[in-house]
Design a protein around this ligand. Structure first.
Ligand code: SAM
Length: 604
């Protein structure tokens, strides 16, 4: 009888709101996004500036968070001034700050700073590589460096792309919570912190958020010392600042994406560049320079540096100066970074020649992370060679063996290259039907698992090509195997290959291969059977081996050259088998078993 009103009261009471702060935040975030859109649309003056809207919305939320946590004491807050803040926005910001009152400053800071990136125009977000790190991953990286011997009492740490303070804030917490620092008087604690941390950030608003969140963490110290916390956070381009200080720890989640460099910068980073420059590769190179001799670099990065050709010189540099000591691969299904498609890892680099690299597989959810040790692996030491590291438990068993398998494509008398025809440069030469002096045009659609299909469903795929004079380089003849260059992310395999039937080549003489297809040409005097080569590339085992050297959906000629393959005899066995058996699941299973044994495993 008495319980009814109590339940009703509880349901109305904010203090007993049973939704998690994250759920409440998600609701507030949705209304904030809508308000931001309205604010942007109703701004007076010239075309609305979404960046300025993002700043004004988030500044109001940061101010409200500050007021909520300090009972409105703004003595140590330098507010952000942005034009066009409405009363409605202020009220909404206060509601948001309330909705996350149960969260730590670090979790609240992440939610607010990721609201900022969500409000930025997608092009600006992509150009700056502004995808902020969730607290669970930042804490995990800090645990890894602590396990590598970083001491919170003495560490000097730099985040060169500090965003909203995803690493600086938990670093400050760890330093302040160290019992050896806790026993110091407040003024010394404050000095100590100021002396230990530094940040660089190109985006002035993000730099302000970093500074403000750190000041909020140090608010009790400011109260007792009467002094504002002053962590040096430099606003500018980290790749162009002269950095004279050395740090024991360079930590962060640097931006990534291809960039074109001017001559001066190309010269600065020449030692680690091979072809296209990628921002995160430049940050890794720069971090090696900012590091003290025994210092560590701990970065969240895409995994492409482990195997990609563009990172071959960077790998050589890392091997010489600071090889990866630990790599945590974030499991693909997790989707930790909103709208980031690349496979991600946490890696700690440091001086320790000859040591193996420990790999963990990370299963990340909103607020927890589960790490499973996959093993310790030796890195390939030869120049430019990819490093074979597993991204799943199945690959862990393979990765230990494949580095020692010597056979590569060239030992089987094949050479890989990219299909030479970039169709939109030759639009006028595409033909919808055979004519004199035309050749079959092979699109990726023709390449299926162990099956070549010269009939196209897509109407955009013209089946013939009319080469002009001096375009012999576009023609390809002789025995060859085709491999798709990209597969869809959700597709269960990366390698899709087929042999071009000899009778097809005999009929047409030559073929023209489009740019989304890799061509493996028979080169030497004794190439292995192309049908067997395709069948072996199509096995799940080789697919998993390939994934140990590439975390992307792209399959490049250089990766195909680097792929460890079974010895020649296995190709002969498979060639005999496919010659006398009908295609189908039974044959596939037999080939699979033969290939798995060649890699020293039963199945994958
Ligand atoms: C991937 S976010 C990571 C931010 C933060 N460290 C974190 O983990 O949440 C990369 C950050 O680098 C900043 N950035 C991009 N280019 C930069 C540059 N050349 N120098 C300094 N910061 C840069 C972006 O504005 C963005 O805040």
């Amino acid at each position: 009888m008495a319980s009814k009103p109590a339940v009703r009261t509880a349901a109305r009471s904010e203090a007993l709101d049973l939704r998690s702060p994250f759920e409440r935040w998600a609701e507030s975030r949705t209304s904030l996004l809508a308000t931001a859109a309205t604010a942007a649309a109703s701004r007076p003056g010239p075309a609305s500036d979404p960046e300025s809207t993002a700043r004004s919305v988030c500044a109001e939320v940061v101010h409200a968070l500050w007021d909520e946590r300090t009972q409105g004491d703004r003595q140590w807050l330098t507010p952000w001034k942005e034009r066009g803040t409405s009363l409605h926005l202020k009220q909404l910001a206060t509601r948001v700050a309330k909705s996350i009152r149960d969260l730590s400053v670090i979790e609240a800071a992440y939610l607010i700073s990721s609201l900022y990136t969500a409000l930025l125009p997608s092009q600006v977000r992509a150009e700056r590589g502004a995808f902020y790190t969730p607290p669970v991953l930042a804490e995990r990286l800090l645990d890894l460096v602590a396990a590598e011997g970083v001491d919170w009492l003495t560490v000097r740490a730099l985040d060169p792309a500090c965003g909203g303070g995803a690493f600086l804030a938990p670093l400050a917490n760890r330093i302040l919570n160290d019992h050896r620092i806790q026993c110091l008087p407040p003024r010394e604690r404050m000095h100590h912190l100021e002396d230990r941390l530094a940040g660089i950030e190109i985006d002035a608003f993000a730099a302000w958020m970093s500074r403000t969140f750190l000041q909020l963490i140090a608010y009790p110290l400011s109260q007792s010392t009467g002094k504002e916390l002053e962590i040096p956070i430099f606003q500018g381009d980290a790749l162009r600042v002269a950095q004279h200080r050395r740090f024991d720890l360079i930590i962060g989640n640097p931006p990534y994406g291809r960039v074109s460099l001017d001559t001066e910068q190309r010269e600065v980073f020449r030692r680690s560049l091979f072809g296209h420059a990628n921002l995160y590769g430049l940050f890794l190179d720069a971090a090696l320079r900012w590091r003290s001799p025994a210092g560590l670099v701990a970065f969240v990065t895409p995994t492409s540096f482990l195997g990609g050709q563009y990172f071959s010189r960077l790998r050589d540099l890392l091997l010489k100066e600071a090889p990866p000591l630990v790599v945590d691969v974030v499991e693909a299904r997790t989707g930790v970074f909103e709208s980031v498609l690349q496979e991600t890892c946490l890696a700690v680099f440091g001086p320790n020649p000859g040591r193996t690299t420990v790999v963990h597989l990370l299963d990340v959810s909103d607020r927890t992370v589960k790490a499973t040790r996959a093993g310790a692996f030796s890195l390939q030491q030869s120049a430019g060679c990819p490093w074979f590291l597993p991204r799943s438990p199945a690959q862990a068993r393979l990765a230990a063996r494949i580095a020692s398998l010597p056979t590569r494509l060239q030992d089987l008398s094949y050479k890989a290259s990219t299909g030479p025809l970039v169709w939109n440069r030759h639009k006028g030469q595409l033909r919808s039907a055979f004519q004199r002096h035309t050749y079959p045009l092979i699109w990726a659609e023709a390449v299926r698992k162990n099956q070549f299909g010269f009939t196209y469903r897509s109407r955009a795929h013209a089946p013939f090509f009319a080469p002009e004079k001096a375009q012999d380089h576009l023609l390809c003849g002789g025995a060859c195997v085709l491999v798709q260059r990209t597969t869809a992310k959700e597709q269960d395999r990366r390698l899709v290959a087929c042999a071009v039937p000899p009778e097809f080549i005999a009929r047409w003489g030559k073929i023209v291969v489009e740019n989304h297809v890799n061509v493996l040409h028979a080169t030497g005097p004794d190439p292995v059977d192309p049908v067997a080569l395709a069948a072996i590339l199509n096995t799940s085992t080789v697919d998993q081996v390939f994934r140990c050297l590439s975390g992307t959906v792209a399959v490049s000629a250089s990766e195909l050259h680097a792929l460890p393959l079974p010895p020649r005899e296995v190709f002969q066995t498979v060639a005999q088998l496919v010659a006398k058996r009908d295609p189908g699941p039974e044959l596939d299973a037999e080939v699979e078993a033969i290939v798995a044994r060649a890699y020293g495993v039963e199945t994958v």
